[in-house]
Structures are given as C-alpha cells and as structure tokens.
Design a protein around this ligand. Sequence first.
Ligand code: B4P
Length: 189
Amino acid sequence: MYNLILFGPPGAGKGTQAVKIAEKYNWIHISTGDILRAEVNQGTALGLKVKAIMEAGQLVSDELLVEIMESVFVRHALVKGFVLDGFPRTLNQAKALDKMLEKLGKKVTLVLSLDVDEEELVKRLLKRAQDQGRKDDTEEVIKNRLIQYHQHTKPLIDYYREQKLLKEVIGVGSVDDIFTTLCLAIDAN
Ligand code: B4P
C-alpha cells in the first residue's frame, strides 16, 4: 500500500493535485476538508459541531479527525494506496496516523510538500471565493488559516524531514507541470 501525504499551506494546490494523483495511480483520495464540509452540508451532528470552527479558519479537534481517519482506514483496508490531502495537520495527528498505519502493518511512504509563497496563496483563495463562494475563503479567515498553518502544521515539515520522508516541490506554475513533478517524485520513491 502506497501512503502518500500531500502537504502544504491552505491554497497550495493539495486538493487540485490529489484528485489527479489518485486518478493516475488508482489510489483513494482522502480530503479531510471535503469530509468535514460534507458533514456540514448534510447538517449531521458532526457537521453542526465543526461548522463554526471551519468558518472561522480554526482547526477541528485532533480527537474528531483521528476518529474520522480511523473509520476511513477500516473502510478501505484493501486499497492499493492513499493520497492524504489535509491530514495530518498537527503533530498529534501525525503521531496518531503512524499508529493507525502500524496497526495495519503499514507506514507513510512519502510526504510531498507543495511550496507556495503567501501572496500567491491569498490570491488563489480569494479567486476561489469568487468562483465557489467557500465560507472560509474571506480575507480575514484566510489570514487565520495561515496563522494556524504556521503554528500547528508547518512543524510537521521537520517531523517528516527527520524521518527522510519529505520531498519539497515548487507549487507555483501550471497545474500540469506541478503534477508532472509530483509524479516523478512518486515514481522515484
Ligand atoms: P481544506 O479543505 O483542506 O482546505 P485548504 O487547506 O484550503 O486546501 P484546499 O485543498 O482546499 O486548497 P487547494 O490548495 O487545493 O481544509 C478546510 C478546513 O477544514 C480547515 O481550515 C480546517 O478547519 C478543517 N480541517 C481539514 N482537515 C483538518 C485536519 N486534519 N485537522 C483539523 N482541521 C481540519 O486549492 C486552492 C485553490 O488554488 C483552488 O481554487 C485551486 O483551483 C487553485 N490552484 C491549485 N493549484 C493551482 C496552480 N498551480 N495555480 C493557480 N491556482 C491553483
């Protein structure tokens, strides 16, 4: 089982590239953002719990995310590979993921980190606000999401670098060129 983590700040292109990678390699794409948004849209108990947190650009609790991911791994125990998009986002989540995979006799295979400067991130997310009207793509909430990223998520770069699992990829350019670079890194691993 190939377990790929697509890593990067909000707006780096994780979701965009994860869809393409999952299609090419026939892996399962898991976007925790999409899972949570679906719960919100369906008005489930979980959705009601996380709606305000997401709309404020805060991180949902590690406990909830770990619970969600445990059920994902149980449901897809026999797949060829996973592209994890948006998970893990904290050190606690990363450690929980290691444990979940260990139980299945698996490990993280590779972490591809998309490197995009902050000006470009804000530009992309504000454009998405116009195109899709996502509630967390306002200027103020984007600022908060970037703060959360720097405080809680960016430290994972060192966590994975120390384990020699990290490859950094420039995330600015055409979607297809970035995709080609990501595939080369996957194939080389
Ligand atoms: P996500 O849905 O993961 O949102 P995101 O970080 O903005 O990533 P996204 O995948 O949408 O952006 P992408 O870079 O693809 O999370 C939303 C919220 O859910 C979080 O704030 C948090 O509240 C909660 N959450 C999710 N996971 C969690 C976790 N593990 N723990 C706690 N809370 C969690 O794309 C951005 C835009 O850029 C798109 O419009 C795209 O078209 C464009 N784009 C992509 N590539 C481009 C390129 N090369 N050039 C130009 N534009 C490009």
